[in-house]
Design a protein around this ligand. Structure first.
Ligand SMILES: Nc1nc2c(c(=O)[nH]1)N[C@H]1C(S)=C(S)[C@@H](COP(=O)(O)O)O[C@H]1N2
Ligand SMILES: [Mo]
Length: 449
């Protein structure tokens, strides 16, 4: 493959050509684009798979019988009986750990205080388009099909892998963040006075976990990947997503084969345990450094194509729209931007005249964090924060800063990180109507008492 489609600029250039040849010109209407993309993914429903639906266990009752008592994914098959949840999210969402936004829940940053490098599953944010499905690992199959595989298996005659098949393949582990593309969206309005649509997250739609599973490259190889393949389209088993009265089908977002073969994992474990239901049990994709939507949960099938693939999740959504962007949106978003957060409550109270250690974390889809600076005077002056350890390209870096506040009253704390590409956090995030990629320095209010 001569074009490096993991590079956003190249991705867009190559795709622009493919796009025009596919839809026949730039004047094509949004409606037609929608129809075109929906046609790819809707097809036959995943017939007869192990989606155990129904049941009455209450979200928050601890979810008996899920097989999660074991310490590894291999234990899951022993306890496959599952109940279904009432709410969109199965796990408990205590208010000290989460802020709930509809079918989604964001981690409170103060809940990361005192935690290690990883976000424990009990406080990892959840972003659900609909509802967490409860899937039986015994009958679940991963199905691969399409023109990019040897023999071009049809959707109803796919190459199949059971959960046990995947467990038997060589396993790898990867510590990586998953972050919603709209993380920080609320600050477009609260900090920049701009109107955007979507969940008004603060900074809690991100988490870092240790994922274990099989490389997508391994499974694609076993399924008969050909050199003509250009895109893969992983699709979830959760319900079809209806947006403003339009059924967009099951959640799915294309990935270029170059990324799929590079570092993408089919994960069946999170932090040493089977994936919890809300995070994609039995198997999810982990697409390191890229927009969270790529990390498809409850993976059901993967179309592998010798043609570029489209879905609403790389046409209608997850591009930059607005006055500074073309009508069809900017390039499909890939890497996340640099961000930083304090492990403090919003409007934290901090005692005057005492030395405090402010802690936080910074991360970037561009790679390792090189430098973090903190301002305790609303951005007038900056000092280096202290960060130890070896930074990782796919996870966050922890840092701390000693502060002895003197003057009681309201203060604004800021943290600004720079990654290994030299990308640093700006004062203002570029406006876009869907509120993606808010990477500006966040003004964190605290009151010194
Ligand atoms: N099948 C499916 N996969 C999905 C989603 C979804 O709603 N359905 N949400 C996506 C989005 S937008 C994000 S940000 C991440 C969130 O992962 P988490 O809920 O495990 O934190 O999952 C992605 N994968
Ligand atoms: Mo997301």
């Amino acid at each position: 493959m001569s074009d490096d489609l993991t590079d956003e600029g190249t991705y867009e250039r190559v795709r622009a050509g493919q796009w025009l040849s596919r839809v026949g010109g730039a004047e094509v209407s949004r409606r037609k684009l929608l129809r075109t993309s929906a046609g790819i993914g809707l097809g036959a429903a995943i017939a007869g798979t192990g989606q155990a639906v129904g049941g009455t266990a209450h979200a928050g009752t601890g979810h008996a019988g899920t097989g999660h008592a074991g310490t590894g994914a291999t234990r899951v098959l022993a306890g496959a009986g599952r109940a279904a949840a009432e709410g969109p999210i199965v796990k408990p969402l205590p208010p000290e750990l989460f802020v709930v936004h509809g079918t989604n829940a964001e981690t409170r940053w103060e809940a990361m205080s005192g935690q290690g490098h990883l976000t424990p599953a009990d406080r990892f944010f959840v972003r659900n388009h609909t509802t967490t499905p409860l899937i039986d690992a015994l009958t679940w199959r991963l199905r691969l099909w399409g023109s990019g595989l040897r023999g071009a298996p049809a959707e109803d005659r796919p190459v199949e892998f059971s959960y046990e098949d995947l467990l038997a393949l060589p396993a790898e582990s990867l510590t990586a963040f998953i972050e919603c593309t709209g993380n920080g969206r609320g600050f477009f309005s609260s900090q920049q006075g701009q109107t955007v649509s979507g969940t008004p997250w603060r900074l809690g739609a991100v988490g870092v976990a240790r994922w274990r599973g099989v490389r997508l490259a391994t499974v694609l190889d076993r399924a008969g990947l050909t050199r003509r393949a250009v895109d893969v389209l992983p699709r979830g088993l959760d319900a079809e997503f209806v947006d403003k009265g339009v059924n967009l089908g099951r959640v799915r977002r294309p990935l270029p084969v170059a990324k799929a073969l590079d570092d993408v994992l089919l994960a069946y474990e999170m932090n040493g345990r089977p994936l919890p239901p809300d995070h994609g049990f039995p198997v999810r994709l982990v697409v390191p450094s890229w927009v969270g939507i790529g990390s498809i949960k409850w993976l059901g099938d993967i179309q592998v194509s010798d043609q570029p693939l489209f879905s609403p999740w790389n046409t209608q959504f997850y591009r930059l729209f607005g006055p500074d962007h073309p009508p069809e949106g900017g390039p499909p978003l890939t890497r996340m931007v640099v961000k930083s957060a304090f492990e403090l409550p919003w409007d934290a109270r901090v005692e005057a005249g005492r030395a405090h250690t402010l802690r936080g974390r910074s991360w970037s889809g561009g790679g390792r964090i090189r430098r973090v600076e903190v301002s305790v005077d609303g951005g007038a002056s900056w000092q280096a924060a202290h960060s130890g350890g070896q930074p990782s390209a796919t996870a966050w870096r922890r840092w701390e800063f000693r502060w002895t506040p003197r003057r009681p009253g309201p203060h604004v704390l800021l943290a600004r990180a720079t990654d290994e590409t030299g990308a640093t956090q700006p004062d203002q995030a570029p406006y876009n109507t869907l509120g993606y990629l808010f990477g500006a320095v966040v003004r964190h209010p605290v009151t010194v008492v």
